[in-house]
Design a protein. Structure first.
Length: 121
């Protein structure tokens, strides 16, 4: 198991009534996109939360929360939350709520157009 499927199911259930949710497999885990923007995910046993730069420092003070580091640099606005940070339902809903509140402000990633060469017969 590359990621915690029970945690993924909890997130899926929590997002069931949210419009425009898409589930994608990335980073060796699963990512939930809301309105085509990365919102929340699961990597191993941790929640990956996109909470925005405004909430970043405050979030890091919470139990179980740590920086999300990519290529040796912290990604401001993204955090990982360990089991101790989301075990209780209220804590779990807190993190999902932060992710959903930031989502309308989040920028959509730029899609790269792949050019396909036409092959003539």
């Amino acid at each position: 198991m590359a990621y915690n499927e029970q945690l993924s199911e909890r997130i899926r259930e929590e997002l069931a009534q949210v419009p425009l949710v898409e589930e994608r497999y990335r980073f060796g885990g699963v990512c939930y996109m809301v309105d085509s923007k990365m919102c929340v995910g699961v990597v191993k046993d941790e929640m990956m939360c996109r909470i925005g730069p405004e909430m970043y420092e405050m979030a890091l003070e919470k139990s179980g929360c740590r920086e999300m580091v990519f290529n040796g640099r912290p990604m401001k606005g993204y955090v990982f939350v360990g089991v101790e940070g989301y075990r209780r339902r209220a804590d779990f809903q807190y993190w999902i709520g932060l992710c959903l509140r930031y989502n309308p402000e989040a920028k959509q990633s730029v899609k790269k157009n792949k050019k396909w060469a036409e092959v003539s017969a």
